[in-house]
Design a protein around this ligand. Structure first.
Ligand SMILES: *Cc1c(COP(=O)(O)O)cnc(C)c1O
Length: 378
């Protein structure tokens, strides 16, 4: 997916926010700010995904075109019980973060790539594409409106959740004519309660997440519904996450939870190739870019469980970690396969995981210079 990623060049200047239509930089946008601001939660104890901010962005698709995006007070949607999304699950989403730097500035990390990926998901799910530039402009307005909701302590950020669903009221199965796109935001702390503490993962050898030709490459809602059972099984057995195998041979590792997976074998950083059933993570792509630029040897290829366990047994499996927007980098301290446990790096976070976490979060918060054109400053 590397080719479709692009540099974030276009950053419009700040706009004045008011309760009227604005026309600047070709965006006409309705911004309706709330007079009833919520009481903010304790930013020192945010957890993940619990507190929604004051506003949201919505845009509706009808008659073959997207209507103008609007920023409105955060509120529930009224949804018809016969809406397609409630029956057939035609829905996609994205996840990204805004960070407040120490000097008060706001940075976003590769937001254009999230909207490009959303359009790929839309294509797979037969949904209308969004206008990437226009959606970026309206996202910047939303983030500016919510600037007081961006926490600034280490490891915290404003999580941004764009999503789209089919709102046609009709019980036949077909592609719809009406869609709602929306963006909500919520201040978040570290994704895992225990922060960078290495996780224990369970290799799931019965259930599968996706198959080639399926929807694994799309960030669609149903993928998560289908993966909950593996997640629950892992939790019941005392693990943090399930590591999924390929659906055909149940031999090769694919992803872990909502993260891409990496291993360091004999000093070489390996991650499963984007085979068609794996989500092309933006954190994955960023990690590969950083590693290559810093002289690490990387490989994107098939990785079998056999190879991993053999490497572990002969002391050549140096590290394992997951990558994703929510956790950024999550070290893996132990993997369990068919009841047998394999400790990785003595159960501790490895050097490469630490390097990636520090460098990525440094670039994201503006503490480290961005040589890649990844950040957008508002
Ligand atoms: C979102 C997601 C990821 C991580 O992607 P990022 O762009 O790095 O946040 C990995 N796997 C799955 C299944 C996902 O949904």
């Amino acid at each position: 997916m590397g080719e479709t990623f692009s540099r974030n060049k276009r950053v419009p200047p700040p706009h004045k926010i008011g309760s009227q239509k604005q026309k600047e930089n070709n965006i006409i946008m309705e911004i309706n700010l709330t007079k009833n601001k919520k009481v903010k939660p304790d930013f020192g104890n945010l957890g993940f995904g619990k507190y929604m901010s004051d506003h949201m962005l919505i845009a509706d698709y009808a008659d073959g075109a997207w209507g103008e995006p609007k920023i409105v007070p955060y509120a529930p949607f009224a949804i018809d019980p016969a809406s397609q999304i409630l029956h057939y699950g035609q829905g996609i989403f994205e996840g990204m973060k805004a960070y407040k730097s120490k000097n008060g500035g706001i940075t976003l990390f590769r937001p254009r790539d999230n909207f490009l990926r959303m359009n790929k998901s839309a294509e797979r799910l037969c949904m209308p594409k969004i206008d990437v530039d226009k959606t970026l402009d309206s996202l910047y307005e939303l983030v500016r409106a919510e600037k007081d909701w961006i926490p600034d302590a280490d490891g915290t950020s404003l999580y941004i959740r764009p999503a789209m669903f089919c709102s046609d009221v009709y019980l036949g199965v077909k592609t719809g004519a009406h869609y709602r796109f929306f963006i909500i935001t919520c201040p978040v702390g570290a994704y895992y309660a225990n922060g960078l503490e290495p996780t224990k993962i369970f290799i799931e050898d019965f259930y599968t997440r996706s198959s080639i030709g399926g929807t694994g490459e799309a960030k669609c809602m149903g993928n998560y519904a289908a993966s909950l059972i593996g997640q629950e099984k892992a939790r019941e057995l005392g693990f943090d996450q399930a590591l999924w195998l390929d659906a055909k041979d149940k031999k090769y590792v694919e992803e872990v939870g909502s993260m891409n997976i990496f291993f360091v074998i004999d000093g070489v950083v390996v991650t499963p190739a984007l085979s068609g059933s794996i989500l092309a993570g933006i954190t994955r792509d960023s990690a590969l870019g950083l590693l290559r630029k810093n002289g690490y040897k990387t490989e994107e290829r098939k990785i079998s469980v056999d190879e991993l366990l053999t490497a572990q047994e002969s002391g050549r499996l140096n590290e394992a970690f997951g990558t994703g927007t929510a956790a950024v980098v999550s070290p893996v301290g132990e993997i369990v396969f068919k009841g047998k446990s394999y400790l990785i790096n003595g159960g501790k976070m490895g050097k490469i995981s630490g390097f990636l976490y520090d460098t990525l979060t440094g670039i994201q918060t503006g503490a480290i210079k961005d040589d890649y054109g990844w950040t957008v400053r508002l």
